[in-house]
Write a protein that binds this ligand. Structure first.
Ligand code: GLA
Length: 376
């Protein structure tokens, strides 16, 4: 046993009750280096994520609510949740698999979004089991989605594990799933980040770098055309560090209303091994977020639908005051045979990991450690 945070098994607190009377539990995971994550059983959701700034001062850098009612309200735009069974869009809510046509909820006219209606993964209450070992602390959330739930075929057994290593200020999210019938699966976390602290007015001054030469162009309803195009010469070129606000204006008049695009990760091992997908920085706090994933793509969404709703501690979440970096497969993959496969079959194991890693600018680029090497 160690005396660090890893020695203590995270204890469940009551976070509240759902409208239909289910108890929702909240767990706190801590590193020894200042990261604190709070996760709840409704939607296997990341509720709080505190990380230190340049001066060692912590702030909660993700949007969310103080109560279950907040998460159940219209103001909740998938804040911090586990998203699925298929995150992002499916054209007209239809797909054909093994000769059979399936119809899903059309909850984002005219398309299906983020797994559908009342029983999408963000809305159900998951079972939870916390654990700790000498490497860190975690919570394993599990949910068994019955055959036909939200229109999807097969019983899907899903485990989402949040893990905070003892050092390094990282939050690791691992997804595992198995099925008893062929079914599409695309899982992500929908955390909204503002590295100056949730509730800060804008993310347009944050800088972003994306490890992506290509993206999937869409129609006006954000359904991919099937093409995979170069970002060269477009406002989507984030191959060099660029302010989010620098080229966003021309996108305001498009269906995306800003950034809401699927970027194809171009590292040779994207889709197999963890690659550095994105790096986000905020100058005043010095905070840096690096996103690593084994998924083939990342949806960069600039909070275009945020509308000033009131979240945690009474803070309001203005238009474009947070961004999502959602690691995933391409949207509408189930209707595009040229996109990487999202069909999980009986006997197969779906497994995927995404790591959110935090640093501060002051400790990097000093020629020591691996800060300089890791720079994206
Ligand atoms: C995703 C979508 C956006 C929006 C948000 C939730 O990022 O791509 O268009 O639906 O989720 O509001």
């Amino acid at each position: 046993m160690t005396t660090s945070a890893s020695g203590e098994e995270p204890v469940a607190e009551q976070f509240g009750m759902t409208k239909d009377g289910q108890a929702v539990e909240l767990f706190t995971l801590k590193s020894d280096t200042g990261l604190v994550a709070k996760v709840m059983t409704r939607g296997a959701t990341l509720v709080q994520l505190h990380v230190p700034d340049n001066d060692g001062k912590s702030a909660d850098v993700v949007l969310g609510f103080d109560s279950v009612a907040g998460y159940e309200s219209e103001d909740n735009q998938y804040f911090g949740c586990t998203t699925g069974r298929v995150c992002n869009r499916i054209a007209k809510g239809k797909f054909t698999l093994d000769g059979k046509e399936y119809s899903l909820a059309v909850n984002n006219e005219p398309n299906h979004l983020h797994g559908g209606g009342e029983k999408s993964l963000d809305k159900v209450v998951w079972k939870a089991k916390s654990f700790s070992n000498d490497k860190g602390q975690g919570v394993r959330f599990s949910y068994s989605s019955p055959d036909g739930e939200e229109g999807y075929p097969g019983q899907l057994d899903i485990v989402v594990t949040y893990f905070v290593p003892v050092t390094g200020n990282r939050l690791n999210i691992t997804y595992n799933a198995t099925t008893d019938k062929a079914t599409p699966v695309n899982l992500t976390n929908h955390a909204y980040f503002n590295l100056a602290g949730a509730g800060s007015p804008s993310v347009l001054d944050h800088t972003l770098r994306l490890n992506a030469d290509r993206y999937t162009p869409t129609d006006d309803t954000l359904i991919p055309t099937g093409a995979v195009d170069s970002v060269e010469g477009t406002p989507l070129d984030f191959r060099k560090v660029t302010k989010i606000g620098q080229r966003i204006e021309p996108l305001t008049g498009t269906g995306a209303l800003g950034y809401d695009h699927n970027f194809v990760l171009n590292a040779p091992e994207a889709g197999k091994k963890l690659v550095l997908a994105a790096a986000l920085r905020e100058k005043t706090s010095g905070r840096i977020l690096r996103v690593r994933t084994d998924q083939p793509a990342i949806q960069f969404y600039s909070g275009n639908f945020l509308k000033g709703q009131v979240g945690k501690e009474g803070k309001s979440y203005a238009h474009r005051s947070a961004i999502c970096l959602e690691t995933q497969h391409y949207p509408d993959s189930v209707n595009h045979s040229n996109f990487p496969n999202t069909i999980l079959k009986p006997g197969e194991k779906f497994q995927s990991t995404t790591i959110y890693e935090f640093a501060v600018a002051g400790t990097e680029g000093n020629g020591k450690g691996d800060g300089a090497k890791k720079k994206l």
